[in-house]
Design a protein around this ligand. Structure first.
Ligand code: AMP
Ligand code: MG
Length: 401
C-alpha cells in the first residue's frame, strides 16, 4: 500500500525538491540531490498521514529512514560548520570544550526537531546522550543562545520548514526529548548527536548516529560521518576534498547503503569484507587507548595471524568503514568498570549487520538493546564477517583467559 502511495506522490515530491533546490544556498548540492527527493517524498507522504494513528496506518521503516537521513544530514551540516571554525581558531580556543558542546547540543536539537515534526503526533520517544541540565544554568546563557542561532540557521538554510525562529526554550525542550529510558516495548529513537567528541576536537573522525528500536530490537540505523572519505580508508590514495563525508543507512532486512553527505554520490549497497584468511585481514579499534585496550587487540590480532597494523578511528565511523569492507574486524575492549551506552552502538550495529556482518560481545552473545540506556556486554564488542567470527571468538577467548 505504501509503495502505491509513494509512487502517487512522487511527482509532487519532485516538484517540492525543485522548489527547495531553488531556495538552496550553502546546501545547494545536497538540496538538489536524491537525498532531498527521497526525504521530501517521504515527508509529503507523512504529512498526509498526520492525525491517523500508527495502528491504522502501518508505517514502513523506509519512511522512517528517509526522515532519519534528513535529520542526520542537517545535524552533520551544523557540526561541519562548527568544526570548520574550530579548526581555524587559535590554540587557546581549541583547548576550550565549548565548540564541541555547541555542536553536540545543536546536533541533538536539530535531530529532535526534525523527528518530532515529521513523525506522526504522539509517537516520538528518544534516548539520547545529552540533556539540557547544564544549559539551563545562568552562566550557560551565551552558549544556549549560540546553539539556538546555529539551529535556526541550519533549519533556515535547509528551507523545508516555514517556521518562525525557535527560541532558547524551544531548543532546550527539543534537547530534553532525548530523556526516554528506551526499553523492550514500543518505538524509541536512539541518538548520539556527536559520537567521538575527541576526534571532533582533533579534526579527525566523528559521527552522528541515529538508530530506531522497535520492541527492543534495532530496526534502523543512520551513521553520518562528515570526515570519512567516501572511498576506502584502507588505501593509501588520498581522497579529494569533495569525496569526504558520507552517510551509512540500514533498515532491518533491506541491506546497508552508503551515500555522500553532499548528494554527489547516490545511495549504493555496501557489504562487509569477505576475507576469510586472518592474515589478509585488517582490524579497526578506537583511536583513544582510554576507550579500548590496544594491548588486548594487539594480542588477539597476533593469535589470529593478522599482519596489517591496526586502523584507529574515532566513533561509529568504524562501523561504517567495516560495513563497506575497508577492514574485516572491529575490536572494542573498554577498560574494566566502563558501561557501554546504547547510543554508541545501535546505529552502527545494524549498519554492519545489514551489510552482512556480525556484531557480538566478547562472549559471542548478540547485543541486547532492550535494557534501557545502558548496554551490558561481556568484556567487549567484536565484529567481523560470519566466516571469520569462529576464529575471532577463539582468539578472544585465548587472549582473555
Ligand atoms: P570511540 O571513538 O570508538 O573510542 O568511542 C567514542 C565513544 O566512547 C564516546 O562517544 C563515549 O561515549 C565512549 N567512551 C567515553 N569514555 C569511554 C571509556 N572510558 N571507555 C570506553 N568508551 C568510552
Ligand atoms: Mg558516543
Amino acid at each position: 500500500m505504501w509503495i502505491s502511495i509513494f509512487l502517487r506522490f512522487a511527482g509532487e515530491a519532485k516538484a517540492m525538491s525543485v522548489f527547495c533546490a531553488n531556495r538552496a544556498n550553502a546546501f545547494s548540492r545536497t538540496s538538489s540531490s536524491s537525498i532531498l527527493q527521497l526525504y521530501t517524498s517521504s515527508l509529503t507522504l507523512n504529512r498526509r498521514c498526520r492525525g491517523r494513528s500508527r495502528s491504522r496506518v502501518k508505517m514502513s521503516y523506509e519512511q522512517d529512514l528517509a526522515i532519519a537521513i534528513k535529520a542526520v544530514s542537517l545535524a552533520a551540516r551544523l557540526c561541519q560548520g562548527v568544526q570548520r571554525s574550530l579548526l581555524q581558531s587559535d590554540t587557546q580556543s581549541k583547548m576550550d570544550n565549548s565548540p564541541v558542546t555547541v555542536a553536540d547540543y545543536g546536533s541533538q536539537a536539530v535531530i529532535s526537531f526534525v523527528l518530532e515534526r515529521e513523525l506522526p503526533p504522539g509517537s516520538f520517544s528518544m534516548v539520547a546522550e545529552e540533556d539540557s541540565g547544564d544549559l539551563r544554568k545562568t552562566d550557560a546563557h551565551d552558549v544556549a543562545q549560540r546553539i539556538t542561532e546555529l539551529v535556526n540557521q541550519t533549519i533556515s538554510l535547509d528551507g523545508t520548514y516555514n517556521i518562525s525562529p525557535l527560541t532558547i526554550d524551544d531548543i532546550l525542550e527539543a534537547i530534553d526529548k532525548g530523556k526516554s529510558e528506551g526499553g523492550p516495548h514500543g518505538r524509541h529513537w536512539v541518538l548520539d548527536p556527536i559520537d567521538g567528541t575527541k576526534g571532533f576536537l582533533r579534526g579527525d573522525q566523528y559521527a552522528i548516529a541515529l538508530g530506531l528500536l522497535d520492541e527492543g530490537k534495532v530496526v534502523l540505523g543512520v551513521v553520518g560521518c562528515p570526515n570519512l572519505p567516501c572511498t576506502s580508508v584502507s588505501t593509501s590514495v588520498k581522497p579529494s576534498i569533495d569525496q569526504i563525508g558520507c552517510i551509512f543507512s540500514a533498515t532491518k532486512g533491506a541491506g546497508t547503503s552508503m551515500q555522500s553527505l553532499d548528494g554527489s554520490i547516490q545511495p549504493k549497497r555496501v557489504y562487509v569484507s569477505a576475507v576469510e584468511n586472518p592474515e589478509e585481514a585488517s582490524f579497526f579499534e578506537s583511536y583513544e587507548q582510554k576507550h579500548s585496550r590496544h594491548d588486548l587487540s594487539a594480542a588477539i590480532a597476533k593469535i589470529l595471524g593478522v599482519k596489517a597494523p591496526p586502523v584507529r578511528l574515532d566513533s561509529q565511523a568504524k562501523y561504517g568503514a567495516m560495513a563497506r569492507g575497508d577492514g574485516a574486524i572491529y575490536l572494542r575492549f573498554p577498560h574494566p568498570g566502563y558501561r557501554e551506552k546504547i547510543w554508541d552502538h545501535a546505529a552502527g550495529c545494524i549498519v554492519v549487520q545489514e551489510a552482512g556482518g556480525v556484531v557480538v560481545d566478547a562472549a559471542g552473545e548478540p547485543l541486547d538493546f532492550s535494557k534501557g540506556r545502558y548496554l551490558d556486554v561481556e568484556k567487549g564488542i567484536i565484529s567481523t564477517n560470519p566466516k571469520l567470527m569462529p576464529s575471532l571468538l577463539d582468539a578472544v577467548k585465548t587472549a582473555t583467559e
